[in-house]
Ligand binder design. Structure first.
Ligand SMILES: Nc1nc2c(c(=O)[nH]1)N[C@H]1C(S)=C(S)[C@@H](COP(=O)(O)O)O[C@H]1N2
Ligand SMILES: [Mo]
Length: 160
């Protein structure tokens, strides 16, 4: 997509509380993370290098502190996935824009994807355009189809 059209919106329930354009987003403090990632179909990939903006930074920039216990991430392609807020804070997740020091490739979610490396990779929504903070845990695309609401690979939380 054209970067001029890119937006990231934070919502509390249905209410939009903050929107960043691409250039505004680029001005936020960036973080680099080298992490292992785990697909639900059993592959893992080790020492992957990502750069982006942590959820802590986003929440701070929006003046939101732990608004609700649950988050539903939404993507350009209609995909969604739910994650407990506790799995997104304290440096555990970012909106990633770079992989291996290069802009994130479109097939891997570029220009920006959610990255939650300690959960199964279906939680890492590609082409993310909104994070919705909810009082209740609302199932996303795969979770509605039987995947686990949290998805911890070390507990093999594949199915709900
Ligand atoms: N928007 C969106 N994000 C998505 C998906 C999708 O279909 N749409 N698939 C998920 C699944 S099931 C996996 S395994 C990973 C794949 O990421 P990759 O293509 O970078 O390997 O993206 C996740 N994020
Ligand atoms: Mo997947």
């Amino acid at each position: 997509m054209a970067l001029g059209d890119w937006r990231l919106t934070l919502k509390v329930g249905v209410r939009p509380v903050r929107v960043w354009t691409w250039s505004e987003f680029q001005a936020l403090p960036q973080t680099e993370q080298v992490v292992d990632i785990h697909c639900v179909t059993t592959w893992s990939k080790f020492d992957t290098r990502w750069r982006g903006v942590t959820l802590d930074t986003l929440l701070q920039a929006a003046g939101l502190e732990a608004p609700t216990p649950w988050v539903l991430a939404h993507s350009q392609d209609g995909y969604s996935t739910n994650v407990p807020l506790a799995d997104l804070t304290q440096g555990r997740a970012m909106i990633a824009t770079h992989y291996d020091d290069r802009p994130l490739a479109p097939e891997h979610g570029g220009p920006a994807r959610l990255l939650v490396p300690h959960l199964y990779f279906w939680k890492s929504a590609k082409w993310v355009n909104a994070l919705q903070f909810n009082e209740r845990d609302e199932a996303g695309f795969w979770e509605l189809r039987g995947y686990h609401m949290r998805g911890d690979p070390f507990k093999e939380e594949r199915y709900g």
